[in-house]
Design a protein around this ligand. Structure first.
Ligand SMILES: [Cu+2]
Length: 130
């Protein structure tokens, strides 16, 4: 491994300045293209809803969806109130499932095995608390 790195360093040094710039440009273009072309992934996360009017109340649906959508890389978030499931569409090159779950916890709700943080649950309307 070390010898490969040494060889690469030697190659870089022997490369002309122009070649180095060209190389950097190609790599930059390539990585940007990959990021833009990464298809969205959809994940369904289980949560717990305690009130019976969540599709209308401020605390549940809109709070959860708005909070998740604040994350960079999240394309859509929909709460299925009846089944207590949140469907999130995201770009895996920009955000991961763990961050999405953390964000759901921050809105005051559980996300699969991750329990909502107490201080965020406190901010919910009385009827929506656990
Ligand atoms: Cu509610």
């Amino acid at each position: 491994m070390k010898s490969i790195i040494n060889e690469l360093q030697l190659k870089l040094i022997t490369m002309s300045k122009r070649q180095t710039i060209l190389m950097a440009f190609i790599m930059l273009t390539f990585s940007t293209t990959i990021l833009a072309q990464t298809p969205n992934t959809v994940v369904t996360i289980k949560t717990k809803i305690y009130c019976d009017h969540c599709s209308k109340c401020e605390s549940c649906q809109s709070r959860i969806e708005k909070t998740i959508k604040k994350l960079k890389g999240v394309k859509a978030a929909t709460l299925d109130v009846i089944n207590s499931r949140i469907k999130v569409s995201f770009n895996p090159a920009q955000v991961n499932v763990k961050s999405i779950k953390d964000q759901i916890n921050k809105s005051g709700y559980d996300a699969d095995d991750q329990k909502a943080t107490v201080e965020y649950v406190e901010q919910l309307d009385g009827c929506c608390k656990q």
